[in-house]
Design a protein around this ligand. Structure first.
Ligand code: ZN
Length: 391
């Protein structure tokens, strides 16, 4: 620890100094169609942005920054209806940002002090907001967002690599073989619907010429969850989409699609129970050597997984929005839980529950050619949008 402290004299000065950095100016304006908020201070600005617990708005929490004499509050601009008065909160300063409509951070970066006509500027943190649909807004702020963002383009997926510039996508039809998955009231199996939809999505993706598509299974066979994850990692997939359909015992009313991402803590009890059911698939395997791996996740991968989580959230938002054109969505259609099949730390991934086999309407839709075709088209539209290649 001493070694680290010696390397960071600035950290010492910061805590020892009686005069911490102060915010000197707030600016709000429009820049190339984005709403831009600039925080200027006497030292480098770090912050966290989170959703306000009630109402539509964000809370900007400036780390280790105090508020100087009350500067002028900027006028409303763009997506921002009003900025709250800064509130000193221990070493932090909190500013409420009331929004006119849901918004997410397009980019957030620092500018070093520069000399200008009025003398040197302070350190600046620039935050650009763009409008978003409610689901994307909810997904973006499931946890506080640290600013500045690591790079200015970090929520765009990396460019396609390889000679042919195609993205590799792994589609994962849930269950298979001795594991039927959920069973409908009329006795039909989840494993059949997940395979049929995955094949339909694969055909449409391949037809675009933009993607390499790999299926974790292309027929009725059992595949362990770890092997599904390993396949995506081995191929360095740009995206992993696991396809399922749910069923609720004794409940014929609940219907609609849900999109899940992975989180240690589930968003709700139903999501938690679902993850437990889906994770149970591996118990049907001839056990024995099941204990292997799982702890390959190094610190480096942990770092990677932060970006992976952001990208997964972004894709889940696009998929939810796209599905809503084809099938009714569950209330709170974007959820998260600890799904083992979504555990690759370096592959953005989501799990789509197409609907409920326990609901007659959903069952009819999922077992019809036209219903599956519509669902597949919606998934492909979301994938195209995610990679920024939507026509
Ligand atoms: Zn399933």
């Amino acid at each position: 620890m001493t070694f680290i402290a010696l390397l960071l004299p600035g950290a010492f000065a910061g805590t020892a100094a009686a005069d911490p950095a102060r915010v000197t100016r707030l600016q709000l304006g429009l820049n190339a169609g984005l709403t831009r908020l600039v925080v200027e201070a006497s030292g480098p600005v770090e912050a966290e942005l989170s959703a306000q617990p009630d109402g539509l708005g964000l809370s900007l929490s400036l780390t280790d920054l105090r508020w100087a004499a009350p500067p002028a509050q900027p006028n409303a601009a763009g997506l921002v209806a009003a900025l709250g008065l800064p509130v000193q909160n221990g070493g932090r300063t909190d500013i409420a940002i009331d929004l006119i409509e849901p918004a997410v951070v397009e980019r957030a970066f620092r500018l070093e002090p520069q000399n200008g006509p009025l003398g040197p500027s302070g350190h600046r943190l620039v935050i650009d907001l763009r409008p978003a649909d409610p689901q994307a807004y909810a997904a973006a702020f499931t946890a506080p967002v640290a600013l500045p963002l690591p790079t200015t383009v970090d929520i765009a997926p990396p460019p396609a690599h390889g000679a042919d510039r195609k993205y590799t996508i792994v589609l994962d039809p849930g269950h298979g073989g001795q594991d039927p998955g959920a069973i409908s009231a009329s006795g039909r199996h989840e494993k059949d619907i997940t395979l049929a939809v995955a094949l339909a999505v694969a055909n449409r993706l391949r037809a675009t010429g933009r993607y390499h598509v790999i299926l974790t299974r292309d027929r009725d066979r059992f595949v362990r969850l770890n092997d599904r994850v390993a396949l995506a990692r081995q191929h360095e997939a740009a995206l992993f989409l696991s396809i399922h359909a749910d069923s609720l015992r004794g409940d014929r009313a609940t219907s609609g699609a849900t999109v899940y991402t992975r989180a240690d803590a589930a968003t709700d009890l139903e999501a938690e129970a679902l993850a437990l059911r889906e994770n149970r698939a591996d118990q049907l395997a001839d056990s024995a050597a099941d204990r292997e791996v799982d702890d390959v996740v190094s610190i480096l991968l942990d770092l990677a997984s932060r970006d992976t989580a952001r990208l997964s959230g972004r894709f889940a938002g696009l998929l939810t929005a796209s599905m809503s054109d084809s099938i009714a969505l569950r209330r709170n259609a974007m959820r998260a839980a600890n799904f083992r099949v979504l555990s690759a730390p370096d592959v953005p991934s989501a799990l789509l529950e197409l609907g409920y086999l326990s609901n007659p309407g959903d069952e009819a839709l999922l077992f019809s050619e036209s219903g599956r075709s519509r669902l597949a088209a919606a998934a492909v539209a979301a994938i195209d949008r995610y990679f920024g290649v939507a026509p």
